[in-house]
Design a protein around this ligand. Structure first.
Ligand code: GDP
Ligand code: GDP
Length: 463
């Protein structure tokens, strides 16, 4: 197979070699004999997610000292660009745009190859955005702040980069549920991953230890044609493996909460793993808060259940305590498992399926307004001191993942938290949404706007 090529270009000292090293990990072979590549250039193998590519630093081809970009040697870069699927122009965020950057950008714009703009040496995220924004003037589109030295920002750049690589990745065509496995160190994330994948583990996707925060594992769960169950695909995002690799550096108790946050962001459903022996800690609460904030579905997995002495009440007591402490995700289902013995582990994916389904669910405007009508009849909206009452005109689901319902009302501030919670509870009681957060948007609407609004959502009924 011929691998696609990514050309790195830029004036001297902007950090091209540093970025090339960052993209291709130190152990990657330098390639000289890949079919279809020119022998006299140095290509390094690299990968991002499940895409492999070759990266070539064109710096050495054109600049042997700090002189300007010479026309003659451009021929060399031309040849490199001709075989590249995408070019990355590296610039220096600390110096800001230089005439040579503009010159290369102008030249690149005349070529058909897509160009991404990496603004290097942006170690500080806040500063980085400002530093990068100066480079809009190069006319190459969005500048990506990165740090070749620290690795920050390279993920965003690479996410974009792989979209330009040719060849269809058959794996991404298959619908998959993205499941992040998060929790404190030693709660049993890796053990659970093993229990979940087991014999079905099909593909371990490529990872580059330098740029990735999590390991993705693709798992196919076979269907059962006799029962009409289709096979399903899951992408399990595990944050434990990387920590283990780095534990030498960080110490075994290192808890990379930012890695967990990133995994949550990439997921559809989060498995929040709790250690039954330790119960819910502050770190678990932080993770729960983030799951709700990001609007992800969740399943609470209470692991090491084998190690608990139980009587017939134990499970209910645990359930109550955990739910109280994890109030951010009180809508999530809870399952008590043992990754060690495998007890109930296979049920986890059933709960994931259910949560993913609810996360994507859409409810018609008429059903939403029926629920509202009922709710308001039982318990009318509060009245302010001037005697003016809150009015809900109608509601409609505006989006899913998570389900988000806009409520059009006379004045949002007339609806206090108590009443808002009451309405949310009604939606949950009537419509389910188990396993997913639900968002309610309280939108003020003047009554003269309302006729239009009602025409646009013609199934809406006034509440
Ligand atoms: P090249 O000539 O474009 O290949 O640049 P190098 O990779 O050799 O880097 C040039 C200089 O910039 C070196 O001193 C690097 O240490 C420094 N450098 C590279 N990347 C970064 C970065 O992300 N941040 C900072 N602060 N310095 C960097
Ligand atoms: P991670 O750091 O979250 O990935 O946790 P590990 O999967 O590495 O597990 C940490 C420790 O807990 C290991 O010693 C496991 O053997 C143990 N462990 C994991 N799951 C269970 C379980 O279900 N029951 C018991 N008793 N121990 C478990």
């Amino acid at each position: 197979m011929v691998l696609p090529i990514v050309a790195i270009i830029g004036r001297p000292n902007v950090g091209k070699s540093t970025i090339v090293n960052r993209l291709s990990s130190a152990t990657d072979a330098i390639v000289h004999d890949e079919p279809g590549v020119t022998r006299d250039r140095t290509y390094r193998q690299a990968f991002w997610q499940d895409r492999d590519y070759l990266v070539v630093d064109t710096g050495g081809l054109i600049f042997n000292d700090d002189t300007e970009f010479l026309p003659l040697i451009r021929e060399q870069v031309m040849a490199a660009l001709a075989e590249a699927s995408v070019a990355v122009l590296v610039v220096d965020g600390q110096t800001g745009p230089m005439p040579a950057d503009q010159e290369i950008a102008d030249w690149l714009r005349q070529h058909p190859v897509p160009v991404l703009l990496a603004v290097n040496k942006c170690e500080s995220p806040q500063q980085g955005i400002i530093q990068a924004s100066q480079f809009w003037e190069l006319g190459l589109g969005e500048p990506f702040p990165v740090s070749g030295i620290h690795g920050s920002g390279t993920g965003e750049l690479l996410d974009q980069l792989i979209t330009y690589l040719p060849g269809v990745d058959t794996l991404t065509d298959v619908p998959e549920t993205r499941v992040a496995i998060v929790g404190r160190p030693n709660v049993g994330k890796s053990s659970l991953l093993n229990a979940l994948t087991g014999e079905n583990r099909s593909i371990v996707s490529s990872i580059s230890g330098t740029t990735r925060d999590a390991i993705d594992m693709l798992v196919e769960r076979p269907g059962d044609p006799e029962k009409g169950i289709e096979s399903k695909n899951y992408r399990l995002i595990d944050t434990a493996g990387i920590r283990k690799k780095k534990s030498v550096e960080y110490g075994p108790e290192f808890f990379g909460i930012n890695r967990a946050f990133k995994a949550i962001r990439r997921s559809d459903v989060v498995l929040l793993v709790i250690d039954a022996l330790d119960g819910v800690t502050e770190q678990d609460q932080k993770l729960a808060g983030r799951i709700a904030e990001e609007g992800r579905a969740a399943v609470i997995v209470v692991n090491k259940w084998d190690a608990i002495e139980k009587d017939s009440n134990t499970i209910y007591e645990y359930q109550k305590t955990i739910q109280d402490r994890l109030y951010f995700v009180e809508w999530a289902q809870m399952i008590f498992v043992s990754a060690l013995t495998g007890q109930r582990a296979e049920k986890i994916l059933d709960l994931v399926d259910a949560a993913a389904f609810e996360h994507q669910r859409r409810v018609t405007t008429s059903v939403i307004n029926e629920v509202l009508q009922e709710a308001v009849s039982w318990h009318s909206p509060p009245t302010n001191r001037q005697g003016r009452q809150g009015k809900i005109y109608y509601g409609t689901q505006v989006t899913s993942q998570p389900p988000t319902i806009a409520l059009f009302v006379n004045e949002p501030k007339r609806f206090n938290d108590n009443y808002r919670r009451y309405i949310e509870r009604q939606f949950r009681q009537q419509l389910g949404f188990t396993g997913t957060p639900v968002r309610l948007l309280w939108r003020g609407k003047k009554s003269r706007d309302l006729d239009d609004a009602q025409i646009n959502t013609n199934r809406a009924t006034r509440v």
